[in-house]
Design a binder for this molecule. Structure first.
Ligand code: PMT
Length: 361
């Protein structure tokens, strides 16, 4: 009988197999030390702390990684939500995909909102006339908005309210999530987990992963020892057919769903866990979100569709009303300077800028 896949094992067994297979991320000890100090500070202040996960995880195809599988997430939901949590007085551990959007700087770093478009060169003053260079300044029409963002950013930084911790691969994400949840135990019921990251559902176990770059052409016999070629990885029914010889067919296992372990083991007693559910087929969304809530017995699943996720979400809760849609009307959607519609935070939507689903635009 074939051995069970790690993604199909009981949660505790899956945890031990999965975490023994991978070395912890190099940055983990440093991240843990930063998180311990951060938690201690906020425990003393009796402050609520939220762990926001954000952005996509990668699945490397090689241990010395040249190629990897990625997903669409830019980290907009996580970065935007983190700002709203900060405004509500939370301290935020922002566990994010490296180089994805960050709270506050997200307003100016996206390709549709390049920070350079907000800047101008002031005319040279008498002092600077000699060099012929005026100072760089924010354009008049953006002063108010940028001042407001800058003040909030400075406040969060100066008051140690925001801890930024990056990850890249799915295994790094898992190690970081487990460590942060355990480190947050002293926070108790003041802890919230807001899992907005788009976590890979499939991966290549370390034991089956090529060490070096997968080769696309055949190597001479004396060089074949360490290199794995596409031929060695392809599997499946057409394996023997010569036309497939240069295909790379990747065989992925399901990633264990550690939400069970988070809810039942890692997270502080009495803490709140919010997960997200992303679908592309509208007919599946509510069913899948409900199933997740039942399976993991946590507090809230926020469902969203890829195409409408910036304007419309559904809250699935164990208690009445069980299903509640929140939709930002078109007139309230903010625009980037290039005219592209930007994400409005859920909190903003909940303040009343929403309409019931059947009345929406
Ligand atoms: O970043 P944006 O472009 O703004 O997009 C935001 C978003 C669409 C990514 C976000 O709103 C969202 O829906 N995130 C969750 C997507 C997802 O991974 O869904 P899932 O069905 O694979 O996972 C369900 C939940 O379990 C998620 O909260 C995930 O963080 C968690 N999970 C998933 C896999 C896994 N192995 N372990 C987990 O804990």
């Amino acid at each position: 009988m074939a051995a069970p896949l790690v993604g199909e094992m009981e949660p505790a067994a899956a945890e031990s197999v999965y975490f023994n297979e991978y070395p912890p991320p190099k940055a983990l000890p440093k991240h843990e030390a930063l998180a311990r100090a951060f938690i201690q500070l906020h425990v003393e202040a009796n402050r609520r702390v939220v762990l926001v996960t954000s952005g996509g995880t990668t699945v490397p195809l090689e241990a010395q990684t040249v190629r990897f599988i990625d997903n669409f997430s830019a980290g907009t939901r996580g970065a935007t939500s983190a700002e709203y949590f900060l405004e509500q007085g939370y301290a935020v551990i922002f566990l994010h995909r490296q180089y994805s959007l960050l709270p506050y700087s997200r307003h100016y770093s996206h390709s549709t909102n390049c920070f350079l478009d907000f800047m101008d060169e002031a005319p040279p003053s008498a002092d600077s006339a000699e060099s012929g260079h005026g100072s760089i300044m924010v354009r008049d029409e953006y002063q108010d908005q940028m001042r407001s963002v800058l003040r909030k950013y400075r406040y969060a930084k100066q008051n140690n309210r925001l801890l930024l911790l990056p990850f890249t691969t799915v295994s790094e994400y898992m190690f970081e999530l487990r460590s942060m949840a355990k480190i947050m135990r002293p926070i108790g019921p003041n802890a919230l987990f807001y899992l907005a990251a788009a976590v890979s559902d499939f991966f290549i176990p370390r034991s089956r992963m090529a060490e070096h770059k997968i080769q696309s052409s055949e190597l001479p016999a004396h060089l074949q020892g360490s290199a794995v070629g596409a031929d060695d990885i392809y599997t499946g029914e057409n394996e023997e057919q010569p036309s497939n010889r240069k295909k790379l067919v990747v065989n992925l296992d399901p990633v264990p769903k550690f939400l069970h372990r988070l809810v039942d083991g890692w997270a502080p007693e009495g803490s709140m866990v919010v997960s997200f559910k992303l679908e592309t087929d509208p007919s599946l969304l509510v069913y899948k979100a409900r199933t997740a809530l039942q399976r993991y017995s946590h507090h809230l699943v926020i469902g969203n569709l890829l195409s409408t996720r910036k304007w419309e979400v559904v809250f699935i809760t164990p208690d009445e009303p069980h299903e509640r849609w929140i939709r930002v009307p078109k007139s309230k959607r903010s625009k980037s300077i290039s005219g592209v519609e930007d994400q409005v935070g859920l909190a903003e939507a909940q303040k009343g800028n929403t309409v019931p689903l059947d009345q929406s635009e």
